[in-house]
Design a protein around this ligand. Structure first.
Ligand code: SF4
Length: 89
């Protein structure tokens, strides 16, 4: 496993149904449940950084929804993050 992806082996969600992190909604209990798992994740910051740096446009990463990450990216001083284009569902 590469250094880039080895943080995933410590993810709190590694044995969780991935569907939980890619809900068909933008708010509600499903998102709250995913965020609860992220809250206890030892690699939350790394996950969020990866999502912001790679423009992960869908799903919950680092405890943040796509709309929340979009707001973070828009406010970022890092060009790679500011350049991220996102369209609300
Ligand atoms: S922060 Fe959330 S989505 Fe990211 S690895 Fe941890 S549990 Fe999974």
């Amino acid at each position: 496993m590469s250094e880039v992806t080895d943080w995933r082996s410590r993810a709190a969600c590694r044995h969780t149904d991935p569907e939980l992190f890619f809900p068909d909604c933008t708010a509600g209990p499903a998102i709250d449940r995913a965020k609860q798992i992220c809250d206890g994740c030892p690699v939350r910051a790394r996950c969020l950084d990866w999502a912001l740096s790679n423009g992960a446009a869908v799903g919950i990463w680092g405890g943040r929804t796509e709309a929340e990450r979009h707001a973070m990216a828009a406010a970022s001083t890092q060009p790679v993050r500011r350049a991220w284009r996102w369209s609300p569902r």
